[in-house]
Design a protein around this ligand. Sequence first.
Ligand SMILES: C[S@@+](CC[C@H](N)C(=O)[O-])C[C@H]1O[C@@H](n2cnc3c(N)ncnc32)[C@H](O)[C@@H]1O
Length: 220
Amino acid sequence: MNADGDPSDPKGDRWFAKVYELAGDDAANVPWAALAPNSLLADWLTRHAVRGKRVLDVGCGLGDNAEAFAAAGAQVCAFDYIERAVAWAKQRFQDSAVDYRVADLFAPPQEWREAFDLVHECYTLQTLGTTMLPAAASALASLVAPEGRLLVISSAREPDEPQSTPWRPLTRDEIEGLAVDGLSLEELDDFPQQGCLSRRWRAVFRRSRTSATRGRRAGE
Ligand SMILES: C[S@@+](CC[C@H](N)C(=O)[O-])C[C@H]1O[C@@H](n2cnc3c(N)ncnc32)[C@H](O)[C@@H]1O
């Protein structure tokens, strides 16, 4: 992957499908599958109540983050555009209360529009080329209900830092650039590299009371 992504696979779906296919039934072959909730999410959940809230987990992979939200009492919908990932998550969590779906962030079901109190994305944006980021930002924002929040966890880098991974950690400008279509940045934490864990961002954005759709119609 380069800064502009792979032009023959702009959304990365062929690449992700191949990874899940080659993994067989062994999660050790899925590089991001920790088989536990992300530590920055787990930490966030100790201080933020989600009980009863409508939560959407974007690019859910094998489901651990979605399950963490459900364990905290949220009503969770989680999706991935790779069928194998969704089937795998369902197989791992057979009694789950999570509503697992196959869907594409760039073409979400209409009924998800502004439907979630909290939209969560972890490590998916960093797999996109820079040219896809604005569309991804708008797609994420479109799912957040008025007064709802977007929580993003991503690897972080300085703009001039050489890239040494197949994914592309986000710069501060890129993470702050997710504040679009009525979202504003509420919190941005910068976690330094710790052992094998790279430097990471945890960002929270909030939508104002006015919905993006109404705002645009009113010409705001
Ligand atoms: C790097 S993995 C991270 C998985 C999970 N969020 C985690 O933290 O373990 C990115 C996931 O997002 C999914 N994905 C990437 N682009 C997507 C899109 N446009 N719509 C839905 N899922 C997507 C991939 O299939 C993959 O499962």
